[in-house]
Design a protein around this ligand. Structure first.
Ligand code: ADP
Ligand code: MG
Length: 339
């Protein structure tokens, strides 16, 4: 008998899920990104008891009844068709892996109603085991509910921090996604209590205020610049006397996608450094609009990192913009009348 066999699709999904679903916050990120891609104006994220249950509801395009089982399969997407589409993809998702991965390591309910449909439909998946589609009463849009994450993966479960800490990561994730899309109204609820809610009017300082409060938002220094290669840099920094013990008040959003970029972050922190106490971190947010040929959004499985081709040039510009903004606010050296 041959020793090599094809993995059962459920097992293959569960293994692949390790890349997509690292912790509950990665589930939230994938679900919210799907809601953004669906053109939603409002996204609700509800979390129960730390991480026991996560529910993301949107008012976006919805999924047709007959597409529901498809949406849960691996490598199924409505967002690209050919390799060429990848270059031009403006959606946050395109790999068609998230729902398959999440539903293979949790209990997931996907319910959806496109605007033309008189009723919604829902489908349950338990650890990759998909139940038949059934009708459900609901408003237009999509709702995904995930519970018992990693319940069948004791090793992964053990790797998680306390529920409070995991919720902290979820909160930070939703905050970043809300800032990345200020024209969408975000509402984060934890155990029935509103954690924050953005207005969704597209006004960035207003979104910053909803998340970080008036103190920070009222002192923001604006940055708006376009490089020779056509990169638009819009941002806000808080003056250096406002700082915090972690990096939660920082963000880079590239073409609408929240990204972590070690190189860009370092250069901005470097520009703040002379004005900051040790081990304190500045507040800054940058929205970069870049021509598609300036970056590779597909450099990382979770698409959390992008490769910027002319990174050095961009860093130099960022450094100068931040220095200039800060110098304008720092008190000028006193000039002695008789010196
Ligand atoms: P991807 O986002 O990479 O396409 P996913 O597994 O995250 O892959 O989702 C699969 C498909 O399910 C999407 O391409 C989309 O068509 C559909 N879908 C998922 N979530 C939503 C949603 N909130 N609203 C509308 N369609 C959705
Ligand atoms: Mg997706």
């Amino acid at each position: 008998m041959s020793k090599i066999h094809l993995l059962d699709p459920i097992v293959a999904n569960q293994i692949a899920a390790g890349e997509v679903v690292e912790r509950p916050a990665s589930v939230v990120k994938e679900l919210v990104e799907n809601s953004v891609d669906a053109g939603s104006a409002r996204i609700h994220v509800e979390v129960e008891s730390g991480i026991a249950r996560v529910r993301v509801r949107d008012d976006g395009s919805g999924i047709e009844r007959e597409d529901l089982p498809m949406a849960l399969m691996r490598h199924t997407t409505s967002k690209i068709r050919r390799l060429e589409d990848l270059e031009a993809a403006t959606t946050l998702g395109f790999r068609g892996e998230a729902l398959a991965a999440i539903s293979s390591v949790s209990e997931l309910r996907l319910a959806s109603r496109p605007s033309e449909a008189p009723v919604g439909h829902q489908i349950w998946v338990r650890y990759g085991d998909v139940a038949p589609v059934e009708p459900v009463a609901m408003g237009v849009g999509t709702e995904v509910e995930v519970s018992h994450i990693f319940a069948q993966h004791p090793a992964r479960l053990k790797g998680l921090k306390t529920p409070a800490r995991e919720f902290g990561v979820i909160q930070e994730t939703v905050q970043q996604l809300a800032l990345s899309q200020p024209e969408i109204q975000f509402h984060l609820i934890h155990d029935g209590r509103t954690v924050f809610q953005t207005a969704g009017r597209g006004h960035r300082p207003e979104a910053i205020m909803a998340v970080f409060g008036r103190d920070v938002a009222s002192q923001l220094l604006p940055i708006d610049y376009e490089t020779e290669s056509g990169i638009r840099i819009e941002g806000f920094v808080a003056p250096a006397h406002i700082h915090r013990a972690n990096r939660v008040g920082q963000g880079f959003y590239v073409n609408g996608r929240w990204v972590s970029h070690w190189g860009l972050r370092s250069v901005v922190e470097e520009a703040f450094r002379p004005n900051l106490p040790d081990r304190r971190y500045p507040y800054f947010w940058f929205w970069l609009t870049m021509p598609a040929n300036e970056l590779d959004p597909n450099a990382h499985p979770a698409k959390a990192e992008v490769r910027i081709y002319r990174e050095q040039a961009l860093k130099a510009v960022l450094f100068r913009l931040v220095r200039d903004a800060l110098v304008k606010t720092s008190p000028s050296p006193r000039i002695e009348p008789n010196a």
